[in-house]
Design a protein around this ligand. Structure first.
Ligand SMILES: C[S@@+](CC[C@H](N)C(=O)[O-])C[C@H]1O[C@@H](n2cnc3c(N)ncnc32)[C@H](O)[C@@H]1O
Length: 202
């Protein structure tokens, strides 16, 4: 998601105490869940509120977008000690996230519809290979999307790579009452578009 830089961008990023630069330190042993492409952060913020015994990291490659999430977190009176942010392309995080992660969330990832751009999809084999490095124990990838083609591609790609599916839904809104919404999800739901979801394990 590209957007104009908010005027507060540099200030919030420079003063952010929960921005990870070169070391992950939550000062506890709770499992770590990451969202790749957190956008403006609604999902990861509400997950961190709902599950205080899980550590969450929201990852976003654009500073402009990430600064919106950071500002929202900074404005929370109660604070969220179990939530940190990384501003980076996921491709650059192999060392930092090595064997640290229990679950990866991919929410409304860019679909890259043209075949020639298939390698850029976050569920293409090159990304799955990168994710192998991140996981501690079993690999768990939970994905939701409005996009039928990306969903079908991702099911095939993960299956081919050795993942099994513990859950597949073609209408998440009516099947999972525990679901935490993302910004894109809210927008699509309001348009009556059904959300597709899977939980994959390897
Ligand atoms: C379509 S938005 C969805 C945002 C949010 N997850 C939601 O559901 O509302 C996808 C986001 O992923 C980010 N993104 C895409 N590729 C990425 C990558 N390789 N590393 C980190 N972030 C990425 C984009 O910048 C964008 O903000």
């Amino acid at each position: 998601m590209r957007m104009r830089n908010p005027k507060y961008m540099n200030e919030v990023i420079e003063s952010c105490p929960f921005l990870i630069k070169d070391e992950i330190n939550f000062e506890n042993d709770y499992p770590i869940h990451i969202e790749i492409g957190m956008g403006k952060g609604n999902f990861i913020i509400n997950m961190a509120k709902k599950y205080p015994h899980i550590n969450f990291i929201g990852i976003e490659k654009y500073s402009s977008v990430a600064s919106i999430a950071i500002k929202k977190i900074m404005e929370l009176e109660e604070g969220l000690p179990n939530l940190k942010i990384i501003i980076s392309d996921i491709k650059n995080l192999e060392e930092l996230l090595k064997e640290k992660v229990e679950v990866i969330y991919l929410n409304f990832s860019d679909p890259w519809p043209k075949k020639k751009h298939a390698k850029r999809r976050l569920t293409s084999p090159d990304f799955l290979k990168l994710y192998d490095e991140f996981f501690k124990g079993e690999n768990k990838i939970f994905m939701k999307t409005d996009n039928d083609d990306l969903f079908a591609y991702s099911l095939d790609s993960l299956k081919e790579y050795g993942y099994e599916f513990k859950k597949i839904s073609y209408d998440l809104e009516n099947e999972d009452t525990q679901n935490v919404l993302t910004e894109y999800e809210e927008k699509f739901r309001n348009q009556g578009i059904k959300i597709k979801y899977f939980e994959a394990i390897k």
